[in-house]
Design a protein around this ligand. Structure first.
Ligand SMILES: [Zn+2]
Length: 390
């Protein structure tokens, strides 16, 4: 039966090792070298090599392929002293990684020699517990969760669509949520607007929303805008946000949002609902179509009644707003295929989802190649574009 020393000697014999000086020279010569830290989280938090990917030794086999996809790229693996990284290097070779070296002496020697290291940003113990189900997903992981905590999402409306979107984004740990709404909570809102409750009737919707979201997740900074979004303030309100979740229910505001998002180059996750039907799409400025590409002009007002006139089943915005939250998180984390250039249409009565392709309109007066400067101005009922062809 081999002893630990035998196993270590066998591992060392089957891998390549470099000393700390050699590792530093390798990183300087080839900055694309992936640096892999296989220590435990409490060791990693005390300090690590710059740009290190952290996968504790116990999770190496299950996580490395999703974190380091290119098996032919050079990898420098290290631990505290060079033992765990020797075993890790052998495991990596068994998984097909062809260019792996283990750093003899490990981080302790590296640090003692005053080589470059950083104190990585890490989640607190509370955050690690709260976001545990995210951390288990290699596609999110600690880096993705940090990314969400650093992200800023602006919600237009704290109503039917904004409620589920805000609740899920807050729960997911999106660090800053801006909410624009100038209404007060009304009892007739409570059939679908889950951010609010009976105790808040008569309160400003943004204040009610903030109370609910902060109670759900104290990590979230909720910024409220108790204003009507208009041409005079929209660029200022949008400033600094990564994503806009649009739950507005009137055409002039949608065109205004579209034009301002093009100016600021901020993606918009657009949702709309009507009776038993809902739609979601993502307008990614100058990458996919914009709202004007899809809806060049609004329908006449008599054909476009609002929810207050036509009614809506209360669960419907819950479904559509939740999909908006999902799309926002996918965009923030660079996951999957967001609904850019695709319209997802939901029919609640039929219980079906369909997707339709939406193309960019080469003649679009807002995002087309010949579009002139976009002028942000108030729109009347006709929403005629202010952007002028040059
Ligand atoms: Zn367009």
């Amino acid at each position: 039966m081999p002893t630990f020393r035998d196993l270590l000697a066998a591992a060392r014999a089957s891998i390549r090792e470099v000393d700390t000086a050699g590792a530093e020279a390798t990183l300087a010569a080839n900055p694309a070298t992936a640096v892999l830290d296989v220590r435990e989280p409490d060791e990693y938090e005390q300090g690590a090599l710059p740009h290190a990917v952290h996968i504790p030794r116990g999770h190496l086999e299950s996580q490395v392929e999703s974190r380091l996809a290119d098996k032919d790229a050079p990898v420098l693996v290290y631990c505290a002293g060079g033992t765990r990284s020797a075993f890790a290097a052998r495991t990596l070779a068994e998984l097909g990684y062809s260019n792996v070296v283990s750093m003899a002496g490990g981080f302790n020697k590296w640090k003692n020699e005053n080589r470059d290291w950083v104190a990585p940003r890490t989640l607190s113990a509370d955050q690690r517990n709260r976001y545990q189900r995210h951390l288990l997903l290699p596609e999110v992981g600690e880096a993705g969760q940090q990314n969400l905590l650093d992200s800023k999402v602006l919600l237009l409306g704290a109503g039917g669509l904004g409620s589920p979107a805000a609740l899920y984004l807050a729960a997911a740990g999106v660090g800053t949520l801006g909410i624009v709404d100038m209404d007060v909570v009304d009892e007739s809102n409570l059939q679908r607007q889950l951010l609010h409750n009976m105790d808040r009737v008569g309160e400003r919707k943004v204040d009610s929303a903030k109370k609910t979201l902060v109670a759900l997740n104290p990590d979230v900074n909720v910024v409220t805008y108790d204003v009507r979004l208009g041409a005079e303030n929209i660029l200022e309100v949008f400033d600094g946000y990564d994503i806009i979740v649009d739950g507005t229910d009137n055409f002039p505001t949608r065109y205004l949002v579209n034009d301002a998002s093009l100016v600021k180059r901020i993606p918009v996750v657009h949702g709309s609902i009507f009776r038993f039907d809902g739609q979601v799409t993502v307008y990614n400025p100058f990458v996919g179509p914009c709202y004007r590409c899809q809806v060049p002009e609004p329908p006449p007002p008599e054909l476009a009644p609002s929810c207050s006139e036509a009614g809506v089943l209360g669960v419907l915005p819950g479904i559509i707003g939740s999909i908006q939250a999902m799309e926002a998180i996918k965009l923030l984390l660079g996951l999957g295929d967001p609904l850019v250039g695709r319209l997802l249409a939901y029919d609640a009565l039929e219980e079906s989802f369909r997707t339709f392709k939406i193309n960019r309109d080469p003649a679009c007066p807002a995002c087309g190649p010949d579009a002139g400067e976009i002028v942000i101005a108030e729109y009347d009922e006709l929403c005629m574009p202010h952007p002028r062809a040059s």
